[in-house]
Design a protein around this ligand. Structure first.
Ligand code: GN1
Ligand code: MG
Length: 326
């Protein structure tokens, strides 16, 4: 792609003798691995301006996060262009960082040790960023994890062909309300904790860091916790308690549990919230999850409904797993 050559030049990198691999695990942005023939590797990204309207604010949040993590965990360090850590070009934002050697990420995790490491890295992230001042961070996506808002948006669409789904989301409002009534204080959170956003050391199998800081902003730590559960502790769309125990054992090796029910509500709400987002995108024929076909969006919505239902069924087992880490 001609664009890639031009962007590399702007970052003072050679614009020849490289090959490009497209990394397809993200749903919103475009990510490329740039591999030079001399062995140097970089991760280049183009940010989707339809979703992220203020890329400068994202990069400001990222700067604060990476300077907090620097020296404590190995994480992406964006290269400079003039005094910025990104380039704006034809209304699109590009950024690049040196590839973290020997690192690997997986779309799904099946190995218990990897699930433990995923929990640990997520817990470590929360414990390291705890002291950051939420006031200094931008809310880069409005109402991003405002579950009730997302449900309300869904209910503006009417479609009698999906009665079961609509009934499910109606019922879920009670849980969104319960969580809101807990008045959990905001902290700096990642907001997209999922398997493919954790790097592992290829040789030792240890978790290195969370990546993808685009959605770092003030939020609820229990949503991050639960997003990881939703992503890694599932077998055939249902909560897998054995995997969940591994994840918790990693996560709570870095944090003390607070408010058992909050973790349950956070996990449930983030799960049906994502389901509602896929459903709305499907019903409106939108292009938010632009890498998915209409049918895939509906299928993903239904899988997540199944996961949410199994989380509800497992409520007491879920809480008793967490209680063991007190
Ligand atoms: C999206 O683009 P990506 O893969 O980093 C989404 C997350 C979802 C995730 C589901 C900005 O993340 O909220 O949890 O897909 N990000 C945005 O896999 O909507
Ligand atoms: Mg993301």
């Amino acid at each position: 792609m001609k664009e890639i050559h031009e962007v590399l030049k702007l970052f003072a990198l050679p614009s020849e003798n490289f090959r490009t691999e497209k990394i397809n695990s993200g749903h919103i942005n475009s990510t490329y691995k740039i591999i030079y023939s001399d062995g140097r590797k970089y991760i280049l990204q183009r940010i989707n301006g339809n979703v992220f309207k203020n890329p400068e604010e994202i990069m400001s949040n990222i700067k604060m996060i990476t300077s907090c993590l620097k020296g404590r965990v190995q994480c992406p360090e964006f290269m400079k262009y003039r005094d910025k850590n990104y380039i704006m070009r034809a209304n699109e934002m590009w950024r690049i960082y040196p590839y973290i050697e020997n690192s690997v990420s997986y779309v799904t995790l099946d190995d218990y040790n990897q699930i433990y490491e995923f929990g640990r890295v997520t817990g470590e992230f929360h414990s390291l960023v705890k002291t950051l001042d939420t006031e200094k961070f931008y809310f880069t996506l409005e109402n991003f994890h405002d579950t009730q808002f997302i449900l309300d948006e869904l209910f503006t669409v009417k479609n009698d062909n999906y009665k079961r789904e609509f009934e499910f989301f109606q019922k879920m409002q009670a849980y969104a309300k319960m969580l809101a009534e807990k008045n959990i204080p905001l902290s700096v959170t990642h907001n997209d904790v999922k398997c493919s956003n954790v790097l592992f050391d290829r040789k030792t199998g240890k978790g290195i860091t969370l990546i993808d800081f685009d959605t770092v902003m003030p939020g609820l730590a229990v949503y991050d916790f639960g997003d990881g559960v939703r992503s890694a502790c599932i077998t055939q769309s249902r909560l897998d308690l054995r995997k969940f125990a591994e994840y918790c054992s990693g996560y709570f090796s870095c944090n003390k549990p607070e408010g058992f029910e909050n973790y349950f509500l956070g996990t449930l709400c983030i799960t049906f919230e994502l389901s509602a987002r896929y459903f709305t995108d499907f019903l409106k024929n939108g292009n938010y999850f632009s890498d998915k076909t209409s049918l895939q969006k509906l299928e993903r919505c239904r899988e997540l409904i199944c996961t949410a239902e199994s989380i509800i069924e497992s409520k007491y087992a879920f809480i008793s797993v967490i209680q063991e880490f007190l």
